[in-house]
Design a protein around this ligand. Structure first.
Ligand SMILES: Cc1cc2nc3c(=O)[nH]c(=O)nc-3n(C[C@H](O)[C@H](O)[C@H](O)COP(=O)(O)O)c2cc1C
Length: 173
């Protein structure tokens, strides 16, 4: 039976320690499918490219374009690239990434959104772009490290709302 959405939301967290255990092909397929259900500005899906990297050598090449190990040893790195390098493109990429991360939670996998490594090197590295097989007009805008968590993840319950929220009721408007 599938997990409640609320549980998946509470389970999702920036995970920075992964087991080396590979992610099963059917789970990878489910993550890609979840990505394709995301909303994209004006339905311009053909302007996005999701590259699913499970080859350790390629992940190492991506990390070589950055300093350190920005993917935290995850066995899977998904890189989302787009030709739509404007607000609509970046927002759409975020929607796609969130779908992937929530699906990962449902599957008992862990994830971490990664921007640092892209801005820090991969985006402008010819070697990294070649390793990804990126068409020249595509810019990698967000990556997601995915794998089995090194430590069991528990749903989180925030005592206070982390995000400042203002609700305008009819009386206040
Ligand atoms: C756009 C974006 C970029 C991020 N880039 C990185 C990153 O490069 N490295 C990293 O370790 N975490 C990165 N994160 C994870 C955030 O640090 C994390 O989501 C935030 O601290 C909240 O924690 P939580 O995800 O556990 O709720 C990124 C998150 C977002 C949304």
């Amino acid at each position: 039976m599938s997990m409640k959405l609320t549980t998946a939301i509470q389970l999702r967290q920036a995970n920075r320690e992964f087991k080396a255990t590979p992610v099963a092909p059917d789970q990878l397929a489910a993550l890609s499918q979840a990505a394709s259900y995301a909303p994209v500005a004006r339905g311009r899906y053909n302007e996005f490219l999701l590259t699913v990297v499970t080859d350790r050598q390629v992940i190492d090449e991506l990390e070589a374009a950055d300093t350190g190990h920005p993917f935290y040893g995850a066995p899977v790195v998904m890189v989302l690239s787009t030709t739509l390098t404007n607000q609509a493109g970046y927002l759409s990429a975020g929607m796609i990434a969130q779908n992937i991360e929530l699906k990962a939670s449902e599957l008992g996998l862990a994830s971490c959104t990664i921007l640092g490594a892209l801005k820090g090197g991969i985006e402008s590295s010819v070697a990294a772009r070649t390793a990804l097989g990126l068409p020249t007009d595509y810019v990698p805008v967000v990556a997601i490290a995915i794998g089995h968590p090194a430590h069991e993840l528990k749903p989180r319950h925030f005592v206070t709302d982390r995000l400042r929220t203002v609700t305008l009721t009819p009386e206040q408007a």
